[in-house]
Design a protein around this ligand. Structure first.
Ligand code: HEC
Ligand code: HEC
Length: 456
């Protein structure tokens, strides 16, 4: 099956031709692909062929030769799946020398002789979903909804830092230890503290490596002269082997600097959570509605939160539905999907249009569901501080927007206090007496822009 598909891919580029030539029903092909991840035998980092097709399509260039060169550079910088390496750029720079620890990486993936590869923490527990290279395209990924995360975009959702800042390693450790409730990402509560730290290190490593790959793809797509003879290349031949092209060294150093700085500065980007002192804030989800009604001030706050939730100021209900059942706007996608579909004018619902991407390892697009807030299940934690962080900074790369805070209700945005009213309401939603209104059949209009635009 795989061989045929690969042959098809190289024979015809245009997907309309693909269907016409082979008479294949797009849907049956989709179905077949869903359970056919790229074969991966030994430890191996597969190239980001989906992102390179995306960048190639966007810029009308053929990037496959460049993508092969990029793997040579990535091996030089980060080593291989069998033998990881710390980029020299980090080791040479006192600010970045502590960013990654080689001992931890080696233990995490079994490159340390003291640990059999199959027993190493990442290989044993994670590759089935996240894959060797962290693409989220492991053999078990297709059946999971939402799909396992692709770490290579360098974006993480559940963290204590502001929207697009890197997470702290302790945030990632929390995700791995406790899992993401209500998703396929389970809690790894049996692994040792050493294994936990090792695997977090490995996730950061894969994320950095993946980001460098994406940056190199984008740069080649826009800045390289790929049709020249010879074309611009990331590598050059020397003594019969390929080495990093010295002409590109400065550009590569620039990318490494960006990646390293972002991780290095995560600590300076913590979300400030200052609970107000002049209003009640629930300590945790109330066990009954009486707990809310028994405190007049708290009830007033919850009611104000509800008014905001449904009203135009916070527009929560446009996605989560008027009753918060997660039934408002259910047709949207996350950015991992949008980047190779909607953003480059590929309709994610057009089975035929997405085929070239699926052939290169993408999973069939699935919509992202706004949370059903009546269930009281949160992936990013259930304390009021956790909920505050989610509301204030949203969920990056997902439709859940950040909120702009303002000094007065005359400006568009929400006052700090309103955010805490919303926190109270969210925490109280599971115990609020029914009826919980269901969304009308026609989907709500896209929300008004309260969200801060994600600053890249
Ligand atoms: C059964 C599949 C599966 C396995 C096995 C798995 N994960 Fe995940 N992982 C997921 C899914 C699904 C998500 C995305 C959930 C979401 O976006 O809501 C995820 C997300 C993540 C995230 C992103 C968290 C964030 O803040 O965005 C990290 C980090 C992660 N997993 C690490 C790991 C590690 C480390 C292991 C092994 C110890 C592992 N996962 C094993 C399915 C899996
Ligand atoms: C544009 C659509 C949209 C709007 C507007 C929106 N949300 Fe969300 N929200 C989502 C989506 C989608 C998710 C799930 C994201 C994911 O799983 O990655 C989500 C997740 C959440 C979560 C779960 C966090 C967790 O840790 O699991 C909470 C709580 C939440 N939203 C509350 C709100 C509140 C309160 C508002 C209004 C201030 C709001 N949302 C506005 C789309 C939206």
């Amino acid at each position: 099956m795989n061989t045929i598909l690969v042959a098809v891919e190289f024979t015809v580029k245009a997907n309309s031709k693909l269907v016409a030539l082979f008479g294949l029903g797009a849907l049956s092909l989709l179905g077949a692909l869903g359970c056919e991840p790229p074969t991966q035998t030994g430890p191996k980092f597969l190239a980001n062929r989906v992102y390179s097709l995306k960048a190639g399509t966007q810029n009308e260039v053929e990037l496959d030769p460049t993508l092969a060169d990029i793997q040579v550079v990535l091996d030089e910088y980060f080593g291989t799946a069998a033998e990881p390496k710390i980029p020299k750029f980090f080791a040479d720079n006192s600010d970045f020398a502590q960013l990654l620890d080689l001992e931890k990486l080696k233990r995490a993936c079994g490159a340390d002789p003291s640990i059999p590869r199959v027993e190493s923490v990442y290989v044993k527990n994670c590759i089935n979903c996240h894959a060797w290279e962290g693409s989220g395209r492991g053999p078990g990924s297709a059946g999971v909804d939402p799909y396992p995360r692709d770490f290579r975009a360098g974006v993480f959702k559940y963290k204590t830092t502001v929207r697009l800042a890197k997470p702290l390693k302790s945030d990632l450790a929390k995700t791995v230890r406790y899992g993401l409730a209500g998703s396929g990402m389970g809690a790894y509560d049996k692994i040792t503290e050493t294994e936990l730290n090792d695997v977090v290190e490995y996730v950061v490593y894969l994320s950095m490596r993946g980001e460098l790959e994406r940056k190199m793809i984008d740069y080649a797509a826009t800045e390289f002269d790929l049709s020249a003879n010879p074309p611009t290349r990331w590598v050059k031949e020397e003594g019969g082997k390929l080495i990093v092209n010295p002409e590109q060294q400065e550009t590569l150093d620039g990318f490494m600097e960006e990646i390293a700085t972002a991780w290095h500065e995560a600590n300076n980007n913590l979300i400030v959570v200052a609970k107000p002192t002049d209003m009640p804030v629930l300590e945790k989800a109330p066990v009954s509605w009486d707990e809310v009604t028994g405190n007049a001030e708290l009830l007033a706050s919850v009611n104000r939160g509800k008014e905001l939730f449904i009203g135009q100021a916070a527009v929560c209900s446009s996605c989560h539905g008027p009753g918060g059942l997660g039934d408002g706007r259910t047709t949207d996608y996350d950015d991992w999907t949008k980047e190779w579909t909607a953003r480059i004018n590929v309709d994610p619902t057009d089975a035929e249009a997405v085929i070239p991407f699926l052939l290169r390892g993408a999973l069939p697009p699935k919509t992202i569901k706004p949370r059903n807030l009546r269930e009281g299940v949160y992936r990013g934690g259930k304390t009021p501080e956790d909920i505050y962080r989610r509301l204030r900074h949203g969920i990056p790369y997902a439709p859940m927007p950040a909120i702009t805070t303002v000094a007065s209700n005359d400006e568009p945005g929400l006052m700090e206090k309103d955010l805490w009213h919303l926190v109270n309401y969210v925490l109280a939603m599971p115990v609020e007496p029914k009826p919980w209104p269901v969304a009308p059949a026609t989907p709500a209009a896209p929300p008004a822009p309260v969200a801060e635009e994600a600053a890249e």
